[in-house]
Design a protein around this ligand. Structure first.
Ligand code: FUC
Length: 774
């Protein structure tokens, strides 16, 4: 009895130490993947917390080289007939050769992922805020942390008999970064500070206590592209402030606050003017006032969701690096890390895009954090999984408006993509292939194996999901033409497979996997890969439903009802019992390939379900068994979601364990070696890619709540180790907000907020009930 009481007390200890919201370390960052990300959706800062020479990596999300271009090959439409004929004849290798010749972009395209100097461009690091501190002594009591509940980082240590503290945040109020340097002894703040960037600085001016830097990035056509500006202002209390060469030097001060602003011409303003104004708006404010303004904007967003999964003992006092190690050994001992990781995903969403800013860019492959000029894969928007995964958690985790910048990007692509539809098929409607940038790139990539899949259909999944969660009909009306015109393209370009009579896309690929042809050759190009069949079906269904909801009586929707009957089924099961990836039961070249595109119908779409299509769910399980649990960071994240949709919480947790595998290398790999999570909780592809963070966070939400099958399913995939917990603020389709607690795996308390009186079908503890919203 005594033991039981003690146990339940401990559980509540787990709950009460609610503030498991810190990533913390006992030493400064040695590599970038140990620095702590701060961002307000426009600018970013990553302090390394070094005692004597701190470097803060600086970012601005629109620091993009390159410029608008037309990379469409307008001759491509002349070869599409021949390509399709070869595919009808089973000559995929010959079709692929022709795709590589004619059905690719013109020009350098992405520059094979190194497009910083090409018109495609690259998202780039802004520069570094570097400090040299004058204290010399031994360091003791060193600690640094990021508190995601506050969106603030701190470095704290003692040296020379003085306790020093540095606080850093990127404000959610005005667009400035703030660094406060303080000490418990007067006159102890002494440092030299400067800005550094590798290239493309045109002017670096020091004036009093300010540094102003301007420059421009190459447009990829031999000219100046984006212009940028950064400004730093040092406000010190007491002591002296001088400047020397490129440095601001503070001596004998009691405290100093460094303000930082950055922007580019991407937003249509003069960035130099803009940064001056942003600094002017805040320079008279005390640190306390700046902090309060930041906090009052950030906290309500973060606090929309609270998740606590009880632990026997809280592990919050263990450094994050060590927690990762221990979690990888036994995830059941630190449920707090799972909730922290979930919330970290939400934190990264709030920090990496700014829905209230006109022309705001959505998070790219790097979110908005980068320390290089040539970022991996140009830090762009890859559209065959990555940019989509960046948004998988936004709706369910109550950050719906954070979908908006991506939705705006999709609307813009719908305009640009009409040219691509013309160029490659002479077709109406719009299409975008597998990558894009802020310049509206829509053409295919440079190579068929990865560049020839269309993404417009998949992007429409986001337009539709946003409606499903919000039920905002005015919004649906606004995006209906985008959905419709995407369907117009597919309808006009799909061909009848002579073997089956099904309407299929052609040419296409199953992202980025290849197969062996009967003649022994390897190919990737096909007609009707399963992912396309699922995407087109989903798109047609959403156009049909939107037309009904909006009462438009659009004849086109009626035509789609006819076409949908001629599409291949969402799943065809192979002889080996798996979901077929292609129309033919080819042997994969890489059976453990990181992309699992043929399970698009399991997640994010909703064709494969243990409830409504159990045979397909079985085939999905077999598919995953052969594909294996491993993979790059984002691939692991996707598999958490797959197993959650298959209602296997223990398997989801096992993959979360693998996603959080401590990772250290940052060289590029594709097979999953070195994948996992860096000490700063950034996801390792490797190198760092933020999609896995967002996918992993979405996966945890999907283990707790699902709402895609016409009802709200509570705890659909609860791991055995997550016995007790509580969550508030999760969203379900239908615009419901859901709070509940669970004990011993059973939901004990439930509150659903929505329209008063509404009856909501819910599965609670395995039973279907109708919940009345009060
Ligand atoms: C796709 C993936 C790679 C990587 C890249 C950015 O091409 O296949 O694994 O994530 O995007």
């Amino acid at each position: 009895m005594k033991k039981v009481v003690l146990m339940s007390l401990c559980l509540w200890t787990g709950f009460l130490s609610a503030q498991d919201s810190k990533l913390w370390y006992k030493e400064p960052a040695k590599v970038w993947e140990e620095t702590l990300p701060l961002g307000n959706g426009l600018i970013g800062m990553m302090p390394d917390g070094k005692v004597n020479d701190e470097s803060i990596v600086l970012n601005e999300i629109s620091m993009w080289s390159g410029s608008p271009q037309d990379a469409n090959n307008y001759q491509a439409m002349n070869s599409v007939g021949e390509i399709q004929k070869l595919l009808f004849e089973g000559k995929n290798d010959l079709a692929e050769a022709l795709v590589n010749k004619n059905f690719v972009c013109v020009g350098a395209g992405s520059g094979q992922g190194n497009g910083a100097e090409a018109p495609y461009g690259a998202f780039q690091n802004l520069g570094f805020m570097n400090f040299l501190f004058f204290h010399q002594g031994e360091t003791t009591d060193y600690k640094r942390w990021l508190d995601i509940a506050d969106a603030k980082a701190v470095t704290s240590f003692n040296t020379d008999g003085v306790h020093y503290q540095r606080e850093y945040f990127t404000s959610f109020d005005k667009n400035v970064g703030v660094v406060r340097l303080s000490a418990d002894k007067k006159k102890s703040i002494e440092f030299a500070m400067h800005f550094y960037r590798d290239q493309n600085i045109e002017d670096y001016k020091i004036n009093g206590n300010e540094i102003t830097v301007t420059g421009s990035l190459p447009d990829g056509k031999g000219g100046r592209g984006i212009q940028y500006a950064a400004k730093f202002k040092v406000l010190s209390k007491g002591g002296t402030l001088q400047n020397h060469d490129n440095q601001l030097i503070v001596k004998g001060a009691d405290e100093a606050v460094v303000l930082f602003a950055a922007s580019t011409s991407y937003y249509g303003h003069d960035p130099k003017d803009y940064v001056s104004k942003e600094i002017q708006k805040v320079e008279k404010n005390s640190y306390a006032k700046l902090w309060k303004a930041h906090s009052s904007k950030y906290k309500p967003l973060f606090n929309r969701v609270d998740l606590q999964i009880a632990d026997l003992t809280s592990k919050a006092d263990i450094p994050t690096k060590d927690r990762l190690q221990a979690f990888f050994k036994d995830p059941s001992q630190d449920n707090g890390l799972a909730s922290l990781y979930f919330q970290f995903g939400r934190y990264l969403t709030i920090s990496s895009t700014s829905p209230s800013t006109p022309k705001a860019l959505p998070p790219n492959l790097q979110g908005l954090w980068a320390h290089q000029i040539q970022t991996p894969w140009n830090g762009d928007y890859h559209l065959n999984i990555n940019a989509q995964m960046n948004h998988w958690g936004v709706e369910v985790s109550n950050l719906s408006e954070y979908h908006k910048p991506f939705i705006e990007m999709i609307k813009n692509l719908a305009k640009e993509g009409t040219k691509t539809a013309k160029a490659y098929y002479n077709a109406p409607g719009w299409v975008v292939y597998m990558m894009t940038n802020p310049w509206g790139y829509t053409a295919p990539g440079e190579h068929a194996s990865w560049g020839a899949s269309t993404a417009s259909g998949w992007l429409c999944n986001h337009l539709w999901e946003h409606y499903q969660f919000t039920k905002d009909e005015a919004y649906l009306k606004e995006v209906y033409p985008v959905l419709k015109e995407a369907a117009v393209f597919y309808k006009a370009t799909m061909v009848k497979d002579p073997k089956t009579g099904w309407l299929v896309t052609s040419p296409s690929v199953s992202p980025e996997n290849g197969f062996k042809l009967p003649n022994g050759k390897r190919a990737a190009v096909v007609m009707g890969p399963t992912i396309d069949n699922q995407i087109v079906r989903e798109l047609y269904e959403s156009v049909i439903k939107s037309n009904e909801i909006l009462g438009l009586n659009d004849d086109f929707a009626k035509q789609l009802q006819g076409d949908i009957k001629q599409l291949p089924p969402a799943v065809v099961v192979s002889k080996s019992g798996r979901v077929m990836e292609w129309l033919e039961d080819y042997e994969e070249v890489e059976p453990k390939h990181r992309h699992v595109s043929h399970l698009y119908g399991l997640y994010p779409a909703n064709f494969i379900s243990p409830v409504s299509s159990p045979e397909w769910a079985e085939a999905a399980k077999k598919t995953l068994a052969v594909r294996g649990d491993e993979g790059t960071g984002w691939s692991r994240a996707w598999k958490i979601l797959f197993w959650a949709r298959l209602h296997d919480g223990d398997h989801s947790l096992e993959i979360l364990r693998q996603l959080l595998q401590p990772a250290y290398g940052s060289g590029t790999t594709y097979q999953g070696a070195g994948a996992g999570t860096y000490p700063n909780l950034f996801c390792a592809h490797p190198p760092f890619q933020i999609d896995g963070n967002f996918g992993g966070s979405a996966g945890i939400a999907e283990m707790l709540i699902q709402s895609h099958d016409g009802y709200i399913h509570l705890l659909p995939a609860l791991p055995t180790a997550w016995k007790d917990g509580k969550v508030s603020g999760l969203k379900a389709r239908g615009n419901y907000t859901v709070d509940f607690e669970w004990k011993d795996g059973k939901v004990t308390n439930l509150q659903i907020k929505g329209k008063k009186g509404e009856q909501v079908p819910v599965i609670k503890n395995g039973e279907k009930i109708n919940y009345t919203v009060s």
